[in-house]
Design a protein around this ligand. Structure first.
Ligand SMILES: [Zn+2]
Length: 185
């Protein structure tokens, strides 16, 4: 049995606003009964917030036994982060649709990883597509499965699939575009 995660990653929040926005979303979730206020040890050695009495409202199909899982927490992540998905990655240009990274082709990763490194070092992360030459921001590429690069994310561990309406409500509160990386450890 692996541990499953789903993340709502804010790809627009600035480093300055991440803490404040993260705290705001947390208190909204507590108010709605989606998560518990008190942080406990519920994410693989990390502290998080266990599902609240009304957690089902955030999911498509709630489970009866989520409350009993050892790992079932929600966590606000702030600070520069690569919000990754697990699984076979493909990255395509949003303009010409050329696939610039394909997990089957290790060289394509080697060509692309400087883009991530540069963003991580404080660069803009904007790079020209090597097929059509148009500039593309790091969060504009078509990542499949989704990846997000930013300063604020919300992780849900072992929760059932999040409801798209709930994710939209979180994005609305943030006033930002979000993406939803996921995976299994
Ligand atoms: Zn292109």
């Amino acid at each position: 049995m692996g541990e499953w995660f789903e993340t709502i990653a804010d790809v627009e929040a600035t480093p300055e606003e991440a803490d404040h926005l993260g705290a705001e979303v947390l208190s909204w979730l507590v108010e709605q009964g989606i998560v518990m206020a008190e942080p406990t040890d519920c994410i693989l050695g990390n502290r998080g917030h266990r599902p609240g009495p009304n957690y089902a409202a955030a999911t498509v199909e709630p489970w009866d036994d989520l409350h009993e899982f050892a790992t079932n927490g929600f966590r606000v992540v702030t600070g520069q982060s690569v919000f990754y998905s697990m699984g076979v990655v493909q990255v395509a240009c949003p303009h010409c649709k050329a696939v610039v990274v394909d997990d089957q082709d290790q060289d394509s990763w080697s060509d692309f990883s400087p883009v991530i490194d540069e963003w991580y070092m404080g660069g803009s992360g904007v790079h020209a597509c090597r097929h059509c030459g148009k500039p593309v921001g790091i969060n504009e590429w078509g990542w499949s499965p989704p990846w997000g690069f930013g300063y604020l994310g919300f992780e849900f561990w072992n929760w059932p699939t999040l409801d798209p309406g709930f994710v939209a409500a979180v994005s609305y509160r943030l006033g930002h575009r979000t993406v939803r990386p996921y995976g299994k450890l």
